[in-house]
Each structure stands twice: as structure tokens, then as C-alpha cells.
Ligand binder design. Structure first.
Ligand SMILES: O=P(O)(O)O[C@@H]1C[C@H](O)[C@@H](CO)O1
Ligand code: GUN
Length: 305
């Protein structure tokens, strides 16, 4: 996209558009969520854990994109997790679906306007770290934003300063900090909860690298990403994190290691989406317990970036 196209894309998802969508949702449900959850590939079962659900198909929500990927149901579910009001995206959007980056991250701004304070994101990822096993859950402590290196950042384009000054920092500043993108207290909380639940054997922490997809990586690419410091590779999350932090929400993110990245020319293994969904099913119950227990321990947050 050139600069003009980027400006156009950005203006299509303006504050007013997001506000209209948020107002529509708030008029349809009495739930006032403080926690927003994004389910990764094959991890949509998390949404089923919500009680007293009010659910919307993405196609029925004004201005909302549509899910096109198998394993992403395309529903926005409001409800409570152990009494805590939540909203859960059962299906997310990816760059490779052909959407502008501003569109795939728009739900983060909707979360903000709904009153969400803490965002919990999950994804399926390939393990680059040689100590990782399929089924491990990696607490994301940092990221490598490869599309961002090439100028594809969800915050590119005009920054609506009006809202910075007039609307109580609803969106955010021109140059947001990302060295504190992943909340350290929440990472510690996740380790504590994981240990109480007996999950320590498969709980890790590491660096997630986002690529555009949809092709999986070559062997040379996996080797390079590992050398650059990535522990896991995927096709999502980072863009959402940037927008969530831009508008001042606290962020916690998890990768389920659904497959081992192929690093060796002698290997017969081949990354495939069926394996990704299958591993999601196998770890679904533990992931759900981990996330719902973390949610019950969250404190109120006013951490504006
Ligand atoms: O939405 P996530 O990041 O969990 O989805 C990953 C990346 C691709 O969409 C898909 C590949 O199997 O899983
Ligand atoms: N890019 C990428 N995304 C994934 N999502 C799940 N596994 C993988 C993988 O190996 N590579």
C-alpha cells in the first residue's frame, strides 16, 4: 500500500466508525466487559466457557470484518467467566485474508470503547526454540514484528490527535512505546496460576515473531528467525497488541505451540493447518482453565500507555 492508500484505509476505521460499532453492541447487551479475549486457530472453545452468553455473528455487527479461516468461528461472545464480565472474539482476522492491517486490528479499538481494560490474546504458533515441544504453552514476553519492518504497521497513517487531547486518550499517541507491550505482572500471574494448576511442565516464556503468511516458513527462514531471537512463529497477535497498547489496554498473550518449525533438511515433517487445529483440541481444556483462572485474579487496571 502506498501512503495515500494507507491514509484511506485508516480513515475507513475512524474513531466515529468504531464508536458506532461499540454503541450498537452496547445497545444489544447488558454485559459491560472489563476483559477482552481473542481466540487463536482452533482455540475458540475458550468462548464456550463464558456463562450467560450473548453472542453475535460477525456478519451481523456493523462495520465488522468477516472470519474466513477454518478454526475461526466468527462470533463475538459476551458473558462472564467466573463472574467477571468478558467479551471474546471466537475467531480473528489475519493479514493473509487480504484485509488492510487497520481492519484486522479494529476490534481492539472496539474493545477499548466497550470499556475493556485487559486484553488476553491466544494464538497457534510453530516452535522455533529447540527445547519446545508440541503442546507447550508459551507466555509471550516480547515480539518481532516482521511486517512492521517493511512499513506495515497498524498505526501507520494519520494519528487522530483530536482524540488524544479531547477524548481522554481513547486511542493514543503518535509514537507509542512497545518495550512494555506485554504486561510483566500478568506474565508472573500466569506462571503462578500455571504452577497451581500443575501446568509448569508445559509452560514456557518466549519471543513471538509474526509473519504475513499464509505460506508456512522455509527451513532457511526458520533458521534465520531462530537466530534473530524468536522462540515461536505465527501469523497474528502482534498487530492487535500494538493497537491495544496504543489505546492503553493492558496486554497478556499466549502461544500454543501446535507444531515444531522444520529446521532440518533431513526432516520429513511438514507444517499443516490440520495439525495446528488438532493440537488446539488436545490442549483446549488446560488453556481454558489457565485463562479463566487468570481472569478471576485480575485487578482493575488504569494503565494508560
Ligand atoms: O490466529 P492464529 O494466529 O492462532 O492462527 C495461526 C496462524 C494461521 O492463521 C494458522 C496456521 O495454521 O494458525
Ligand atoms: N507462520 C506460522 N504460523 C503458524 N501457526 C501455527 N503454526 C505455525 C507455523 O509453523 N508457522
Amino acid at each position: 500500500m502506498d501512503g495515500r492508500e494507507q491514509d484511506e484505509a485508516q480513515s475507513k476505521y475512524s474513531f466515529e466508525d468504531c464508536q458506532a460499532t461499540a454503541d450498537w453492541l452496547l445497545s444489544q447487551t447488558a454485559v459491560r466487559p472489563l476483559v477482552g479475549i481473542v481466540c487463536g486457530s482452533g482455540l475458540g472453545g475458550l468462548a464456550d466457557a463464558l456463562k450467560d452468553q450473548v453472542a453475535f455473528n460477525y456478519r451481523d455487527i456493523p462495520n465488522f470484518p468477516q472470519s474466513t479461516v477454518h478454526g475461526h468461528a466468527g462470533r463475538l461472545v459476551f458473558g462472564t467467566l467466573k463472574g467477571r464480565p468478558c467479551v471474546c472474539m471466537q475467531g480473528r482476522f489475519h493479514l493473509y485474508e487480504g484485509y488492510p492491517i487497520q481492519k484486522i486490528t479494529m476490534p481492539m479499538r472496539i474493545f477499548k470503547l466497550l470499556g475493556v481494560e485487559t486484553v488476553i490474546l491466544t494464538n497457534a504458533a510453530g516452535g522455533l526454540n529447540q527445547d519446545y515441544k508440541v503442546g507447550d504453552i508459551m507466555i509471550i514476553k516480547d515480539h518481532l514484528n516482521m511486517p512492521g519492518f517493511a512499513g506495515n504497521n497498524p498505526l501507520a497513517g494519520p494519528n487522530d490527535e483530536r482524540h488524544v487531547y479531547v477524548c481522554l486518550f481513547r486511542f493514543g499517541v503518535r509514537f507509542p512505546c512497545m518495550s512494555d507491550a506485554y504486561d510483566r505482572e500478568l506474565q508472573q500471574l500466569a506462571f503462578d496460576v500455571g504452577s497451581e494448576l500443575g501446568f509448569s511442565d508445559f509452560l514456557r516464556e518466549g519471543v513471538y515473531c509474526v509473519l504475513g503468511g499464509p505460506s508456512f516458513e522455509t527451513i532457511a527462514e526458520c533458521r534465520m528467525l531462530h537466530k534473530l531471537g524468536a522462540d515461536a512463529v505465527g501469523m497474528s497477535t502482534v498487530h492487535e497488541v500494538i493497537v491495544a497498547r496504543h489505546c492503553g489496554m493492558r496486554v497478556f498473550a499466549l502461544s500454543l505451540i501446535t507444531n515444531k518449525a522444520v529446521m532440518d533438511y533431513d526432516s520429513e515433517e511438514k507444517a499443516n493447518h490440520e495439525e495446528v487445529l488438532q493440537t488446539g483440541k488436545q490442549r483446549a481444556e488446560q488453556l481454558e482453565r489457565l485463562v479463566s483462572t487468570i481472569v478471576t485474579r485480575l485487578e482493575h487496571n488504569n494503565n494508560f500507555a
